[in-house]
Design a protein around this ligand. Sequence first.
Ligand SMILES: [Zn+2]
Length: 336
Amino acid sequence: MQTNFDETTGRKKFFDNVNKELNKLIDPATGKVHAELLEHVNCPVCDANSYDQLFVKQGFDFVRCKNCNLVYVTPRLLESATLAYYGDAPDQESMVDWLHVLANPVNQAWQVPYFQEAVDIIAKLIPANGKILDIGCSIGLFMEIAQKSGFECVGLEPEPKSREYALERGLDVRPDLFKDAGFAPGSFDAITMFGVLEHLSKPKEMLADIWDVLKPGGIVMVIVPNVYSFANGTLHEQARTFTGRNHLSYFAWDTLSDLFKRSGYEVAHLDTALAGLDAVLNHWQFNNPHAGLSLDLLPPKMRTLLENPEGRAQFEKLIREWDMGLRLRLAARKPK
Ligand SMILES: [Zn+2]
């Protein structure tokens, strides 16, 4: 059976437009992003300036810190260029396309269990009816699910189109960046950042900034791409995770824990989510990883296993159990 998640959810259109936007940044003379748009940065976790180059993609250099092993982008786009993308930048067609991806029912079908699992993790760590701040809440799907489970939620979303969508659904979503939101100390039992940390130029500073607003004993939960996921390890630069404009840091089990410990938090939960299997299976057959899934050229036993939903579920379970899921989920506690 041919299924094409990318076409159905509008992901294909989104990534096509992103690629067009990224091509505009490239200097044809060097094949790299125009030098005047870039700044060199030290490692965002440990501040070292010593790294191995891993690969170049779309004009950006992806490197790994020799001191702490964080994978990151340097040089990277100047912060002014990055902020324009998340703020009100009408020339950025891809943001509008991404909203269509987020609001698409097929997309929400996988996101609902994904966020429900996150709510279940938080529910084990904070009091029932606790208050949650969701930074970068997008269209507010996590907030909706958390509220159904009895939590009180406030969201922050500077991107206007996603925020409008969330407001229409009756959610308390504010336009501010965290540092401008003016929350009183000890306001929240949990602060969540799903798909946020990897975008930030200074993730360590963000963890320091939210410290006061969190109650003593409160929880920060993040979900970020898992740099050594089964999909990334197989696809390397062909994996969609690697986008030098948007994703600046690429965490693994150790580097993510390290970031939180350096900021004074105690890791309370760490695992991986989603298998990302389709792209890998396509790639194994030397097909375009992001095309519709085809199993036709796989070895027969493997094909039979994967055509059976139970067989496939078994494979996906194994990927997650081996910490090779597409996303890392970490919850860390501010000590009492
Ligand atoms: Zn480092």
